[in-house]
Design a protein around this ligand. Structure first.
Ligand SMILES: Nc1nc2c(ncn2[C@@H]2O[C@H](COP(=O)(O)OP(=O)(O)O)[C@@H](O)[C@H]2O)c(=O)[nH]1
Ligand SMILES: Nc1ncnc2c1ncn2[C@@H]1O[C@H](COP(=O)(O)OP(=O)(O)O)[C@@H](O)[C@H]1O
Length: 390
């Protein structure tokens, strides 16, 4: 490999003593970050239990149960933990599939620092590691009736394996053809407000009198499918995402004129007259903000649909020119080796997994992308084979 492995991650689990008088309950790891020790894992060996977290503050001698954001991993056979970059703990889960075995618990990233201020408590955030070089999410905004849904549908139809739609939550009623869980998660306002309070949403906004929001889980689900996430959200939502730690491309779709926008809205026939008027009133402010707020990287005019679609593809690197490059958010120069005791039927092979974390991108809220995992099979006849896990 040319570079010495930095750690044998699994070794960390063995012989680690807790050192500050906590009775070990089993399946726990202890990671020091500054004055704090993060105790990850718990007593429960039940395969459905998720990983618990406690923090021991050495400066005060007190235990703290933090607010935990993001979807947690499930554990059954234990895990190993190692601190990366002084701000996140990498966890390798024993006995999981290769696409579910590496997780990050962010303890002091910019995102976590920001959330600590908002919650006024200790906060940690989970982010699953996903392999491959998935491109950054695409945020598409624009006034009602401009053609966002039409353009997104065209993109998803032409490139079904490349793009995945972030399914938002909304308190508005479904339209005739809309399916729950596909177009939106249709939700009661009190349920959604409660979830917002508990940090489950990346962003939310009140639009045309209803509540809309993107859950962290919606964005994670697309990343897990290995696809590039598309978010159809309003300008307020785009502003919140811009201010968040989700690294995305922001595109605003403009109508050729207000008159044309009105015609499209009326021709669509999905809103009452009152709703149409409300949407048109809001459209003027949205267009003004879209064009001048500095939130958006690109503005596209949807006059001729085919031309606008061509331009959108071009922006997304699908029109022959080079794709938009993304820079790694953090540079961690490490390769690690994990011992895997997986046994394949009729095969004596023992796996060594080489984990390259030198080009990680993203993180909470959402997934940590850019993990490169290579598996080496050590056969009993002494021959070594290497293969890449995707
Ligand atoms: N902030 C935010 N806006 C959303 C979200 N989902 C949809 N929207 C926006 O809400 C507005 C109304 O959407 P919708 O009721 O589907 O009407 P349409 O835009 O006329 O198709 C649009 O501007 C959407 O982009 C979300 O999760 N968050
Ligand atoms: N460039 C265009 N020219 C004419 N009609 C369009 C164009 N783009 C979209 N439409 C139509 O306008 C209506 C509104 O489009 P839609 O995609 O639902 O907008 P949005 O999702 O932005 O609210 C739809 O009936 C759609 O077929």
């Amino acid at each position: 490999m040319g570079e010495a492995p930095a750690f044998f991650v699994d070794n960390l689990q063995n012989g680690f003593s807790n050192g500050f008088g906590l009775k070990s309950k089993g399946f726990e790891t202890f990671t020091d970050v500054g004055d704090k020790t993060f105790v990850i894992g718990g007593a429960n060996s039940d395969s459905t239990s998720s990983v618990g977290i406690q923090i021991y503050d050495k400066s005060t001698g007190k235990w703290v149960i933090p607010t935990v954001l993001g979807t947690k991993p499930k554990t059954c056979k234990g895990h190993s933990a190692i601190l990366l970059n002084e701000d996140r703990i990498m966890i390798s889960i024993r006995g999981s599939t290769p696409d579910d075995c590496i997780w990050f618990l962010e303890v002091d990233t910019e995102y976590v620092k920001e959330q600590k201020k908002d919650f006024g408590t200790e906060v940690v955030a989970w982010s699953k590691g996903v392999t491959g070089e998935a491109e950054k999410p695409v945020v598409i905004s624009g006034p009602s009736g401009v053609g966002k849904g039409t353009l997104i549908n065209m993109l998803m139809k032409e490139f079904p394996s490349m793009f995945g739609f972030s399914v938002s939550h909304t308190t508005r009623a479904p339209r005739g053809m809309e399916k729950n869980g596909v177009h939106y998660h249709f939700t009661e306002r009190n349920v959604m407000e409660n979830d917002i309070k508990h940090g489950k949403f990346l962003e939310f906004a009140s639009v045309h009198g209803n509540l809309y929001g993107t859950s962290i889980e919606a964005v994670e689900a697309v990343a897990d499918s290995g696809k590039r996430c598309i978010l159809d959200i309003d300008v307020q939502g785009a502003r919140s995402v811009r201010a968040s730690y989700l690294d995305a491309v922001f595109i605003f779709i403009c109508p050729p004129s207000m008159r044309e926008l009105e015609e499209r809205l009326r021709a669509r026939g999905t809103e009452t007259e009152d709703q149409i008027l409300k949407r048109l009133r809001n459209a003027e402010a949205e267009i003004e903000q879209g064009e001048s707020s500095g939130i958006f990287d690109y503005i596209l005019y949807n006059d001729n649909l085919e031309e606008c679609y061509e331009n959108l593809m071009e922006l997304l690197g699908l029109g022959g020119s080079a794709p938009i490059k993304q820079k790694p958010l953090s540079k961690i120069n490490k390769k690690m080796v994990i011992n895997c005791e997986t046994k394949e039927v009729g095969n004596e092979a023992k796996n060594l997994i080489i984990l390259d974390v030198s080009s990680l991108k993203g993180g909470a809220p959402g997934r940590t992308r850019g993990l490169n995992i290579h598996a080496i099979d050590l056969f009993s006849d002494g021959l070594n084979g290497i293969r890449e896990l995707r």
